[in-house]
Design a protein around this ligand. Structure first.
Ligand code: B12
Ligand code: SF4
Length: 477
């Protein structure tokens, strides 16, 4: 068989992030890659197996690979999912050692050397942006030569690990095809985010941009996209929203943009969406910075008119010093103003906090808890500072010997990985539980949440009450 005549994209069996309850996301990265590959090399067969949606365990995946008979198996993962990618490759090789295995995503991109040394079952790592590199790699495999010229890959050759030069970014994201949702058509009805939108509301994820112009010390995203922020045009975003809504019934649409930037895009996106019928049924989710939301109340209100019901804000800390340490370039007062803008516009306000920084003490985390309650957001997620490979923070933590847990499956921001100067790793874990307990353990707050006027808030509090999230967090101590 040709060395790359049939590509099987695999979403492996994975654990869900219990903090967010039960949900089933579409394998967006794989669908984006599949669409591009299919357009550029139409003669190559492309299939997707989504083990999550099809309820396949590892044995189920083995059977799927056996029956599909692919020449290439490709999968994707971030740090917490890295081992599931390696296991996928291992199963592919066990089915047929001639299958070429390819992985990508933010984790492998940053530590290709370590990953190829640790996982002999992985043949190629695609670093950074995947579309053009995958096409070049598949072409090289089909031609049985030219691997050395494929930019952006790492692999083994002649007993050593080789890293080809980086690949330049695609200049215009509008040039990408729509994600290949048709390849998972049978699964589409299963994608949901029941904690928020309910089980029957179709959940889809779409990209409006790649990268971020900021440089936060704990974040992998800006480096993954080479420090550059590229945006799709508002027209393209609206077309894609409309397509997902009208062709596949997508309602709860999660924009992957790490920093939506109302200041630069909201007005034009509103203009694009306001005359489209789909706006009536949409539930758009954006991630944004507090300074941007606080400074653009009018634009936030406009996007609410076209379906922007939920905004997640990276508040991170109540301490000016910590915000400086994170290189976040925001102030605690931006958080108050941003949450107020969202609440005033009847948008579900979701705040994110980081605990467990080096200087954190019991008192400082107590004060962060107080601040987070005072903000009056609808929903709050507390995380522990996690030294993701690829972040500046990882370098510092590694060089100083702060990392106590090297099991990447625990890098989900709910497991403590490091102690602080004054708190042990276990105490950091306990403090995290106290944060959630303060927010979700109050009887009065829960009752008002369960009967809130905001549908999203009602669903969330019912979920929190029924899913025993607090108990699961306590079990981590
Ligand atoms: C949607 C999303 C979620 C959703 C669904 C995730 C899912 N599908 O399972 C939810 C809310 C459930 C979620 C949860 C979590 N998430 Co999340 N999530 C995202 C988000 C916003 C979008 C992912 C996406 O679809 N991107 C679009 C695709 C196209 O981009 P991509 O995957 O990077 O793929 C491109 C390249 O990387 C490359 N590539 C990637 N894979 C492959 C594979 C091959 C074969 C090839 C050739 C190329 C390639 O090519 C692609 C196209 O160029 C990202 C941030 C982001 N902007 O990407 C965070 C992100 C992936 N999440 C992150 C984290 C930490 C988490 C959580 C652990 C905790 C948390 N606080 O959110 C949980 C854990 C969930 C779990 N246990 O699985 C981090 C990961 C950091 C890291 N290095 O590990 C990210 C990067 C956010 C961030 N700012 O740091 N997440
Ligand atoms: S945390 Fe947010 S603002 Fe900071 S670099 Fe990452 S995506 Fe950008």
């Amino acid at each position: 068989m040709n060395r790359a005549s049939k590509i099987l994209f695999v979403e492996p069996p994975r654990n869900f992030w219990f903090v967010m309850g039960e949900y089933l996301p579409p394998p967006t990265g794989l669908l984006v890659l599949a669409a591009y590959l299919r357009r550029e090399i139409p003669e190559v067969e492309v299939e997707v197996v989504d083990c999550q949606a099809e309820r396949r365990d590892w044995e189920g995946l083995r059977k799927a690979i056996e029956s599909t008979e692919p020449s290439v198996v490709a999968t994707s993962g971030f740090t917490a999912n890295a081992y599931t990618c390696a296991r996928t490759a291992e199963i592919a090789k066990a089915v047929d050692s001639d299958i070429t295995t390819v992985v990508g995503g933010s984790h492998f991109s940053f530590i290709p050397e370590e990953s190829l040394a640790q996982f002999p079952e992985i043949d190629y790592i695609v670093r950074g942006e995947g579309e053009v590199t995958l096409v070049d790699l598949v072409n090289a495999l089909r031609n049985d030569g030219g691997i050395g010229n494929v930019k952006g890959i790492s692999y083994r050759a002649n007993g050593r690990i080789v890293h080809n030069p980086d690949r330049p970014l695609i200049p215009d994201l509008d040039s990408l095809p729509f994600p290949a949702y048709d390849l998972v058509e049978d699964n589409i009805k299963r994608y949901h985010f029941s904690m928020m939108a309910g089980r029957n509301t179709r959940y889809m994820i779409m990209e409006g941009a790649r990268g971020c112009s900021h440089r936060c010390s704990f974040c992998t995203q800006w480096r993954h996209w080479q420090g550059v922020c590229r945006k799709k045009s508002p027209k393209r975003i609206a077309d894609e929203i409309e397509y997902l809504n009208e062709t596949y019934g997508g309602v709860f649409l999660w924009l992957t943009d790490d920093n939506f930037e109302y200041s630069t895009r909201a007005k034009d996106l509103w203009k694009e969406l306001r005359h489209r019928r789909c706006k009536e049924s949409l539930m758009l989710f954006f991630q944004a910075r507090t300074d941007d939301v606080a400074a653009n109340a009018d634009l936030v209100g406009k996007l609410r008119e076209v379906g922007n019901y939920w905004v997640m804000l990276g508040v991170e800390s109540n301490s000016e010093d910590k915000l400086k340490e994170f290189r976040k370039d925001i102030t605690p007062s931006d958080a108050y103003n941003a949450v107020k803008v969202l609440n005033d516009n009847d948008i579900f306000s979701h705040t994110m906090f980081v605990t467990g920084t080096r200087k954190d003490t019991q008192e400082s985390i107590e004060s962060l808890r107080g601040f987070s309650l005072d903000l009056s957001a609808d929903f709050t997620i507390y995380t522990v500072l996690t030294p993701f490979p690829g972040t500046p923070y990882h370098e510092t933590a590694k060089n100083n010997g702060w990392i106590e847990d090297f099991n990447y499956s625990n890098y989900d921001m709910a497991h403590a990985i490091m102690p602080t100067e004054t708190l042990s790793k276990d105490e950091v874990q306990r403090e995290l539980y106290y944060c959630y307990k303060a927010f979700y353990g109050s009887y009065r707050k829960n009752i008002s949440g369960i009967f809130s006027k905001k549908k999203l808030k009602r669903t969330l509090y019912r979920h929190m009450a029924s899913q025993h999230v607090l108990k699961k967090l306590r079990d981590l101590i």
